[in-house]
Design a protein around this ligand. Structure first.
Ligand code: HEM
Ligand code: HEM
Length: 263
C-alpha cells in the first residue's frame, strides 16, 4: 500500500512540544531543589504545555481530517475490542487515524495536564492539599506516558509498522482517499511562534531572586519556592496589613540592591 499523509504539521509539532515540555517539567521538578530557580522553570514548562493543549484543542475542531476530535474512536466498546486484538493475534481494525487506545490516552493526558496547571497554580498560592494532588497527578501523567510509549513500541514490534516515524514524517501506509491534501505548515509556524511568545511572556514575569512568577494578563503572583510560599500563606492569613508590609519589604529589598549597585 502507498504511504499517505495522515498527520499534519500542527499535530506533529504539538505532539513533540508536549512530550518535551511534560518530560522536562517532570525532570526539573524532581531534580531541582524546590528553593532553586530551576524548580520555577518546571512551572513555566507546565504552563506552556497547557497553552499547547489549548492550541491543539482548537485544531481538534478546525484542523485536518484525522486531527479532528470527531475522527477519534472514543466509544468504550471500540477500546475493549482494540485491546483484545492487541493481546490476541487478530489484525487491528483501526484505520489510519488514531487507534482507540491513543485516543483515550490523548484525552486523559490533556485532562491530566490541565489538572496539573490548576493544582500547580493553587499549590503556588499556598494550598497544601493541592500540592499533594499535584504530585500524585504528575506521577499519574508520567505513568500514562510510560504506557503510551510501551503501546507504541509494542505496535512497532508486533505489527511491523514504525509508528514513531509516522509521528515524525506524518505518513503511513493507507488508501489514497484517506490521505490529507496538505501538511498545513503555515498553521504550524503560527502555533510555534505563539508557543515561543507565550513562553517568553512567562519568563519576563519571573522574578529570579524571589522565585515569584507574575502570570501574564491577570498578573497574579505565584510563589514558586517553598519558603516564599510559606511567607505568602502567612501574609494571606494576616490580612491587608501583612500585604502592605510585604510590599514595603520588597521595596526595601529593591533599595538595598540599588545601594549595592552604587558600590
Ligand atoms: C510526555 C510524553 C508524551 C506525550 C504527552 C504524548 C502525547 C501524545 C498525544 C496527545 C497523542 C495524540 C496526538 C494528537 O492527535 O495530537 C500522541 C500520539 C502518538 N505518540 Fe505520543 N506522547 C508522548 C511521548 C511519545 C514518545 C516518546 C513517542 C515515541 C516513542 C510517542 C509516539 C506517539 C505516536 C506514534 C503517536 C500516534 C499514535 C497513533 O498512531 O495513534 N509519544 N502522543
Ligand atoms: C506538566 C506539568 C507539570 C509537572 C509534570 C509537574 C510536576 C511536579 C512534581 C513531580 C512535583 C513534586 C516535586 C517534589 O517536591 O518532589 C511538583 C511540585 C510543584 N509544582 Fe509542578 N508540575 C507541573 C506543572 C506545574 C505548574 C503549571 C505549576 C504552577 C503554576 C506548578 C507548581 C508546583 C508547585 C508550587 C509544587 C510544590 C513544590 C514543593 O513540593 O515544594 N507545577 N510538580
Amino acid at each position: 500500500m502507498k504511504k499517505i499523509l495522515v498527520w499534519d504539521l500542527p499535530v506533529r509539532l504539538t505532539h513533540w512540544l508536549l512530550a518535551v515540555l511534560v518530560l522536562g517539567a517532570f525532570a526539573l521538578a524532581n531534580l531541582a531543589s524546590d528553593e532553586s530557580v530551576v524548580f520555577a522553570l518546571h512551572a513555566i514548562a507546565g504552563l506552556i504545555a497547557l497553552f499547547v493543549i489549548a492550541l491543539r484543542s482548537v485544531w481538534g475542531v478546525v484542523g485536518t481530517r484525522w486531527a479532528r476530535f470527531r475522527a477519534w474512536p472514543l466509544r468504550p466498546s471500540a477500546l475493549v475490542r482494540y485491546l483484545r486484538g492487541v493481546f490476541s493475534d487478530r489484525a487491528s481494525e483501526a484505520g489510519v487515524g488514531h487507534n482507540p487506545a491513543t485516543s483515550w490516552f490523548a484525552l486523559a493526558v490533556f485532562v491530566g495536564i490541565a489538572g496539573l496547571g490548576v493544582t500547580g497554580f493553587l499549590a503556588a498560592r499556598g494550598n497544601e492539599a493541592a500540592e499533594e494532588v499535584h504530585e500524585l497527578l504528575a506521577w499519574s501523567v508520567i505513568g500514562l506516558v510510560a504506557l503510551h510509549v510501551a503501546g507504541v513500541l509494542l505496535h512497532v514490534a508486533r505489527r511491523r509498522e514504525n509508528l514513531v516515524a509516522t509521528m515524525i514524517t506524518g505518513r503511513r501506509a493507507g488508501a489514497e482517499v484517506d490521505g490529507i491534501p496538505s501538511a498545513r505548515a503555515g498553521v504550524a509556524s503560527v502555533f510555534l511562534v505563539l508557543a515561543v511568545a507565550f513562553g517568553a511572556l512567562l519568563l519576563s514575569g519571573l522574578d529570579v531572586r524571589q522565585r515569584r512568577l507574575a502570570l501574564p494578563l491577570i498578573g497574579t503572583p505565584l510563589a514558586l519556592g517553598e519558603s516564599e510560599r510559606e511567607d505568602a500563606s502567612k501574609r494571606s492569613t494576616s490580612g491587608d496589613a501583612g500585604a502592605a508590609s510585604a510590599s514595603d519589604e520588597t521595596r526595601a529589598d529593591d533599595h538595598d540592591d540599588d545601594d549595592e549597585d552604587d558600590d
